[in-house]
Design a protein around this ligand. Structure first.
Ligand SMILES: Nc1ncnc2c1ncn2[C@@H]1O[C@H](COP(=O)(O)OP(=O)(O)OP(=O)(O)O)[C@@H](O)[C@H]1O
Ligand SMILES: [Mg+2]
Length: 512
């Protein structure tokens, strides 16, 4: 169904921000009906280009033509009018509105008196969500959904305007394997309808599975557009980073020390929910210098477990948590932080970033912020520390005084990891830390986590990518519907075994 006439022509597009050239004279074509993947490191300009194509960013140099017509979008509404929709990397739902209201935002269905047709919107939203195999209720508050479900709502929203050009900016970054498989089925259906898809991803296997053609951007410049069959993952990675990336292996075994964190029968109630428990009698130990992985599908309780440990679960859990042998009971993250815990959250927009602060402040806010305002540490010293962290993690930013919100997604994530490392924790909790992080930076992060472990830090990490857990972890605990359904040593763990344990619903229900 791919047509050789360009549907979209990107012609000498340049986008400048103060101190950065986000896109530098980029030109290439998108063909009608193709799935065109856009690759590049964090900060390469992928999202910026997609924002221009979808009318989010209006000012730029150069020209975009769609079906031969010059497109000068002043907003997303203009782009939607010619059939272009975007699903953003950083989710964009209005948290206080219902799922249905979000899907029809700005295009609400109204009756003759101008009254909102809530019922009809909910019915239609329900149909759309079902077509995505999504179980979320249309009247649920958007803010109450986890990242994965929010993403599906955004897809439903794009479908509702019947876009024939759909831009997906890292759509699978927060999804588990089953949800990814579901998204692939949706994509196949869209393509059968002739929808052209622009697809950003850092996952090579995904790109090679889905794409017809691949465009590589580097430092804001167009590097190459290749047919999938004419290239390899290795070549694409090489074009992205300009050098070879080594596979990460940790051959030298780690030597975990004494138990630093002991969790016994930790349970978190789920009032009003049929399952009654978000977590049920979870027990495990973590040693110093050990990386413990938490695997499980979306909704299995991975995030809830980390939030309980960090005093961020809202409701207090029951059961016992011992840190260095001492019983602890954190009612607020502040207490957990003081006791030596740190948590990097999966949803950086909601829980991690201080949007009004600059990059430097975001790095030092939890370790030096207070000392600095009391005059104990000067701004210069604080900046030196922030600069060290930015350099160590390879954050791409014009400077420390740059607004954190202007960094690319992956670079925001690196900034936050740097922040928590500065608190010198005993136990580091990482909730899907490499979500949206590019291949090169991922490898760097793995090495960094390994190094920290060798200095006796205890690490608990969740990930929706099993290969990541298999690379990083000494042990993997599997959760299914809030219960531990498997525990594997590094030497025994395989994707197959973990998936089996993660989908042990019947068994878990039988125990209940
Ligand atoms: N609103 C903005 N103000 C200032 N600079 C910006 C703004 N938006 C993007 N930039 C800069 O433009 C460059 C490209 O950013 P972009 O978000 O397009 O990267 P990306 O390729 O999508 O990266 P990632 O893989 O991390 O999502 C970055 O250096 C970023 O800091
Ligand atoms: Mg991006």
């Amino acid at each position: 169904m791919i047509d050789s006439t360009p549907l979209i022509a990107i012609d000498h597009v340049t986008k400048r921000y103060p101190g950065v050239v986000a896109l530098d004279d980029v030109s290439f074509d998108i063909l009608s009906g193709e799935l065109h993947a856009i690759c590049g490191e964090n900060g390469a300009g992928k999202s910026t280009l997609m924002k221009i194509l979808s009318g989010v960013v209006a000012e730029h140099e150069g020209e975009i033509r769609i079906r031969g017509q010059r497109a000068s979008f002043r907003g997303t509404r203009d782009a939607e009018a010619v059939g272009v929709a975007i699903i953003h990397q950083e989710l964009n739902l209005v948290e206080d509105l219902s799922v249905a209201a979000n899907i029809f935002l700005g295009r609400e269905l109204r009756g003759p008196l101008g009254l909102l047709k809530d019922r009809e919107m909910e019915t239609r939203a329900g149909d759309l969500l079902r077509s995505l195999e999504c179980e979320v209720r249309p009247d649920a508050r958007a803010g109450s959904l986890r990242v994965g479900d929010q993403q599906l709502v955004e897809i439903a929203k794009a479908l509702s305007i019947e876009a024939d050009i759909l831009i997906m900016d890292e759509p699978t970054s927060a999804l588990t394997e089953t949800e990814v498989a579901r998204l692939y089925r949706v994509i196949t259906r869209l393509r059968e309808r002739g929808v052209t898809i622009l697809y950003i991803s850092h996952k090579m296997d995904e790109i090679f599975r889905l794409a017809d053609r691949i465009t590589v951007l580097r430092d804001g410049r167009w590097v190459r557009t290749l047919g999938k069959d004419q290239t390899t993952a290795r070549e694409v990675t090489h074009l992205m980073v300009g050098r070879e990336i080594e596979q990460t292996h940790f051959d030298e075994p780690r030597r975990p020390g004494e138990v630093v964190l002991a969790v016994e029968k930790l349970s978190l109630a789920w009032p009003g929910h049929a399952r009654a428990w978000r977590l049920h009698e979870v027990s495990f130990e973590l040693r110093r210098g050990e990386v413990l992985g938490i695997a499980g599908l979306m909704g299995a309780g991975r995030t809830e477990l980390l939030e309980c440990l960090f005093g961020a679960s809202g409701l207090l859990p029951t059961g016992s948590i011992r840190l260095d042998g001492r019983r602890v009971r954190f009612e607020h993250p502040r207490e957990a932080l003081q006791a030596g815990l740190a948590l990097v959250t999966e949803d950086r927009k909601r829980l991690g970033l201080f949007a009004q602060m600059d990059v430097g402040e975001n790095v030092t806010v939890c370790s030096l912020g207070k000392a600095a305002t009391c005059g104990l540490i000067g701004r210069g010293r604080e900046d030196a520390i922030a600069a060290g962290s930015v350099k160590r993690l390879g954050v791409k930013t014009a400077g420390l005084r740059t607004a954190i919100t202007s960094l690319s997604g992956g670079n925001q994530q690196k900034t936050i990891i740097g922040r928590w490392l500065l608190t010198e924790p005993k136990v580091l909790l990482l909730d899907d830390p490499t979500r949206g992080v590019d291949v090169g930076a991922k490898a760097e992060l793995y090495r960094l986590i390994d190094q920290l472990c060798r200095q006796q830090l205890g690490v608990i990490v969740t990930s929706s990518e099993l290969p990541e857990l298999l690379t990083l972890c000494d042990r993997i605990l599997v959760l299914c519907e809030g219960r531990v359904t498997g525990e594997f040593d590094r030497s025994q763990a395989t994707e197959q075994k973990i998936m089996e344990a993660a989908t042990m619903r019947e068994v878990a229900n039988a125990i209940a």
